[in-house]
Design a protein around this ligand. Sequence first.
Ligand SMILES: [Zn+2]
Length: 382
Amino acid sequence: MNRQRYTITLTPLAPFHVGAHQVTLNHFDTLDFVPAPVLQAAFARRILESHGAYDLSGRERHYYVEDISEEGCEPQWIPWLKSFSNLSFTAATPFGAECFSPTELGCKYDSSHPIVNSLVYQYRSRSDFRQMREVSCAECGERLERKNGWNLTSGKAVQRRTVSRTSIDAKRHSSADRQLFTMQLAEPFVNSQREPVKLIGDLLVQGDEEMSLELTDEVIRVGKHITVGLGKMRVEVKKAPPKPFPQEQIAKWRAAVGDRSVPVKLNSQLLFAFPGDGGEAHAELSYYHEMYENWLRCTAGFPDGARVVFVSAQHELKRIFQSGTFAKQEQLSRFLQAGSLIVVEPGDACSEEQFFNWLHGLHIGGIRTESYGSTVTIAPHF
Ligand SMILES: [Zn+2]
């Protein structure tokens, strides 16, 4: 099986609104990144729009790329159309930033103080948390707190602005009832020098067909309210250059913890579901480790005999909407958040060679669940 990875770079040409939580009935916040399903929908819409025979009217909510053939499609989108079901999108994050892990802690009083990663401490005291050493700020010795959101190493962040709108009653020339709403928009520039925002994600491709999905200078529309001009973005898709396998970092980790384990970090949110998930409420720790083993087996071919020995992860429960099947809206789905860490080891039954073959595959191809995927960082900085 062929595995390829492309980098998707979005440059917003207009403010954008990507739906987050509705704060109150008429106040809408925006996210500062593009989640994988939103990115997938934007590409699907662009492919359909480029298709001469496709009628978009009456299809405001659902886009089915499967409905059309390559005849009548613009040439640059034909490979996309042909391989759409083999594509897994990841989230596109500000300047390609990774999420902080649950083990990364920052100073409670001064954000310029260095970040402490407690993964090694947590891992080494995993069988008895009472042994865990109190970690404090390396600079001032004060307390630490969990870091949230993006690890923006470039220091550039997406800026937001809030706009309020209402309708005018034509007869009274005053505000019409129940028409006032407030919406947060994300700006296309990071600063007053008009330096553009870049949202960077990955496209994981599985399949035997050799075709290029590279794109330059295309425009897609991302997020909500695109008919009023929001969310227009230039898109560039390039084959991702191979990244070196972190052999030294793995050796460093193994030396630090004194066993054969390797930590693996998830970079995009993924559905955490697998056959036989009974959702037991209170169980032994080994039950939860087995849950992660099963999940890795289903999504990433985790080798037999290899084990999950430690997890530091965050889950989110969401009601997902799947086009065409309204019944699915009722069902709560569990997602594993970006930044989650899973520490794995070969165990007794899996050879070191088999284990490393698996790690190499994971390093290149990431993890895929249906049409969404995530790259992984093997032995992340600790
Ligand atoms: Zn400090």
